[in-house]
Ligand binder design. Structure first.
Ligand SMILES: Cc1ncc(COP(=O)(O)O)c(C=O)c1O
Length: 318
């Protein structure tokens, strides 16, 4: 079965909605809610990992900060403090009892009216958690995936702001992902409006050549990924030179190594682009070294030198 179809929910568990924990089946909204019609939502994707140190959430503050940043762009005022949202995320993970899970905070314009103007609609908040394992298939992290350059372009500057993680942006991501799937690729690599490298449907792109680590800059219609920032930090820790810059498409066919990174895909090597092998056609040494650091911090016992982990703790009274 393709990796694209293995994400069905179990329908169990508890969802945080506007300050209350409700049963999974009761976490519903009205079909006349603004967000359904006009894509007026922003969200986050976060992971909690199981480790020798217990369950902890990876880079919670950075994700919550980006959620607030996205809200500012869209003039949405979250009716909870930063700390309250962080606490609600921790509490939702704890109450569901998952050792490891994916966390989806969502802020959206709810039920009131369906004029295009979102401002009269309430700002609602939900936090959904579920168990979601390796995004691109179980051997992807080791052996890499095949990617193809998409014929769909990422959002042009000053249209849909790429740095805001808005639900509306994922109409574009969906087109990229469907085309890649139909064409037999695990993922698509999208170009920006000027034909320069941008990112995948839900992950940032990195290229390595002569031990220098490159990634498209934020001016190339990318989401400023938190895993992207993590990789840049870990690469510097490893003594590697990193460059955030405009990158032409042909760099894909000349790179020694390429990988995707994101909360869902973690660090996933790309073994071919447009059926041209990347480097030796398998995971390269820089990608492997970055994975080792990344998974070492979140899953085993490398020191959390950058303060990236928030412990979830046990359920009180459980
Ligand atoms: C379009 C897009 N780019 C990049 C990323 C990676 O971002 P992060 O590392 O914060 O998950 C994501 C995932 O959230 C995404 O949806």
């Amino acid at each position: 079965m393709s990796h694209n179809f293995r994400m069905a929910f179990t329908g169990n568990g508890t969802i945080w909605m506007n300050g209350k924990l409700v049963d999974w089946k009761d976490a519903t909204i009205h079909v006349a809610s603004h967000v359904i019609h006009y894509g007026t939502g922003v969200f986050e994707g976060i992971r909690a990992y199981d480790s020798k140190r217990g369950t902890h959430i990876f880079r919670l503050d950075a994700h919550t900060r980006r959620l607030y940043d996205s809200c500012r762009v869209y003039r949405m005022e979250i009716p909870y403090s930063f700390e309250a949202i962080n606490d609600a995320i921790v509490e939702t993970v704890r109450r569901n009892g998952f050792k490891a899970c994916y966390i989806r905070p969502l802020v959206y314009r709810g039920y009131s009216q369906l004029g295009v103007n979102p401002l009269p609609c309430p700002v609602d908040v939900a936090i959904i958690v579920w168990e979601w394992s390796v995004y691109l298939g179980s051997d992807a992290l080791e052996n890499g995936v095949d990617a193809g350059v998409s014929s769909w372009t990422r959002m042009a500057p000053n249209t849909f702001p790429a740095m805001a993680k808005a639900t509306a942006n994922y109409a574009n991501s969906g087109l990229i992902k469907m085309q890649a799937t139909v064409d037999g690729y695990a993922e698509g690599i999208a170009l920006d409006e000027s034909g320069m490298l941008s990112e995948g449907s839900g992950q940032n792109l990195f290229l390595v050549r002569d031990n220098i680590v490159y990634t498209p800059s934020v001016g190339s219609s990318v989401l400023q990924g938190i895993t992207r920032d993590t990789v840049l930090t870990l690469a510097r820790d490893l003594g590697l030179e990193v460059r955030e810059q405009v990158l032409p498409r042909e760099f894909l066919y000349m790179a020694d190594e390429i990988f995707f990174c994101g909360t869902a895909v973690e660090i996933t090597p790309i073994k071919s682009v447009d059926k041209i092998p990347v480097g030796k056609g398998r995971r390269g040494p820089v990608t492997a070294a970055l994975q080792e650091r990344f998974f070492g911090i979140i899953k085993t016992d490398l020191p959390d030198a950058h303060n990236w982990l928030t412990p979830v703790g046990a359920v009180v009274g459980a």
